[in-house]
Design a protein around this ligand. Structure first.
Ligand code: PLP
Length: 424
């Protein structure tokens, strides 16, 4: 039966779309996915950092059912309360002053919207993004994405006037530094870019992930983001913070930028926003969003009433169940255990993260990326009932992104599986 599903999918879907596991799901509930064969998997992949409340969270299911009974689609023909409800909730949790929204369907679409908005508002064309970052796969978004050249291969020429500067990925510093001799040369490279490649006066925005996602699960140093904010202020450049993967409690706060005390001008939201229903948003300061004139951007499905209802219930659940606290607490327990594992196993080169967005970087010979080991860990984990996903340009980082409802006991069970594999 399972083989049949996989066979049918392979027959009719393009191989461009990669499935991460060999599991065929029968159902999913909370932190568990049950396979066709009845095997229960502990889900540490969360549908790519999306089912932040676990699968089928009861309040979300209930809110969606109620919305289905009322209305499914508007297409911006008629007004509806689900979108107003969501916008009001979002405005309460987004950074101060970032309280206007444009809803769309995917992270990439939100990034497209953010680029358009920044260019429209400033009248400037230049966009600066980071080497190693992931911002999506649509043509505009992939022009910013550089977590792997493979994602860009055969799509050139991409969007013009996009400039790339090194992400502060400290374990594998693009500038060849180690953390004890770092003076943020990567930031100096950005300044060089604004001197030699594009003037600040022509630069619409700088877009950054506060924690590098697909590129390796590496949080930016605090000083880097704070200097970025100051540089943007100095030149009237808009700071776009891509919180598609880091948002909605993933890092133990509503948004990762809160850890840095850095306020974005524009923020992109997606993934965890609606517990798996397709929804994303461009969020921005009112003077920017209100200057975007009618018709300058649009959508048919964006802000779908059902997705909006799911998102409002998602926010309510995170609040009522204290899931930000849980993410912080379990995240700290994970970092403590991983530090001990790193001391015991030479194949762990680095562990890092914020909340429940944690990367374990595997190496051989002390430093070279060990992609083979990560492949083995992921395959064997699956056989042992744990679903994991990798990241990083060299695919040598295991990412831990369980739902925010994860318990310490479940965390240790997952780490036991990993430790068993690397120790055995
Ligand atoms: N931005 C970031 C930071 C992401 O991690 C992703 C997806 O992984 C995207 C944008 C694109 O989102 P989507 O796959 O929903 O288009």
């Amino acid at each position: 039966m399972g083989d049949d599903v996989i066979g049918r999918v392979r027959r009719h879907l393009t191989p461009a779309l990669v499935f991460h596991t060999g599991v065929v799901a029968r159902s999913a509930e909370g932190i568990y996915i049950t396979g066709e064969d009845g095997v229960r998997y502990l889900d540490f992949a969360s549908g790519l950092a999306t089912t932040n409340l676990g699968h089928r969270p009861p309040r979300v299911v209930e809110a969606v059912r109620a919305q289905l009974d009322r209305m499914i689609h508007s297409g911006c023909i008629v007004y509806y309360d689900a979108v107003a409800e969501l916008a009001e909730r979002l405005a309460r949790i987004t950074p101060e002053g970032v309280d206007r929204f444009f809803f769309s369907n995917s992270g990439a679409e939100a990034v497209e919207g953010a680029i358009k908005l920044a260019r429209h508002y400033t009248g400037r064309q230049g966009v600066v993004a980071c080497i190693g970052a992931f911002h999506g796969r649509t043509t505009g978004a992939v022009a910013l994405t550089t977590s792997s050249a493979r994602y860009r291969r055969r799509y050139h020429p991409l969007l013009p006037s996009v400039f790339h500067v090194p992400y502060p990925y400290c374990y594998r510093c693009h500038m060849g530094r180690r953390s004890d001799d770092c003076s943020l040369e990567c930031f100096g490279y950005l300044e060089t870019t604004l001197r030699h490649l594009v003037t600040p006066e022509e630069t619409a925005c700088i877009i950054v992930e506060p924690v590098l996602g697909e590129g390796g699960y590496a949080p930016a140093p605090r000083e880097y983001l704070q200097r970025l904010r100051r540089l943007c202020d100095e030149h009237g450049i808009l700071l776009v913070i891509d919180e598609v993967q880091t948002g909605f409690g993933r890092t133990g706060r509503w948004f990762a930028c809160e850890h840095y005390e850095v306020r974005p001008d524009i923020m992109t939201l997606g993934k965890g926003i609606a517990s798996g229903f397709p929804l994303s948003a461009v969020a921005g300061r009112s003077e920017i969003m209100d200057a975007w004139p009618p018709g300058a951007h649009g959508t048919t499905f964006g802000g779908n009433p059902v997705s909006c209802a799911a998102a409002s219930a998602t926010i309510d659940t995170i609040e009522r169940d204290g899931l930000l606290d849980n993410a912080r607490r379990v995240g700290e327990a994970a970092m403590e255990r991983l530090a001990a594992m790193k001391a015991r196993h030479g194949c762990i080169g680095d562990v890092r993260g914020l909340g429940l967005m944690i990367g374990i970087e595997f190496v051989k010979d002390g430093r070279s990326p060990d992609r083979g080991l990560v492949e083995r860990i992921i395959k064997e984990s699956e056989r042992k009932g744990l679903l994991l996903v990798e990241c990083g340009t060299e695919k040598n980082v295991v990412r831990l992104m369980p739902p925010l409802i994860v318990t310490e006991e479940q965390l240790h069970r997952a780490l036991d599986v990993i430790e068993d594999i690397i120790g055995g």
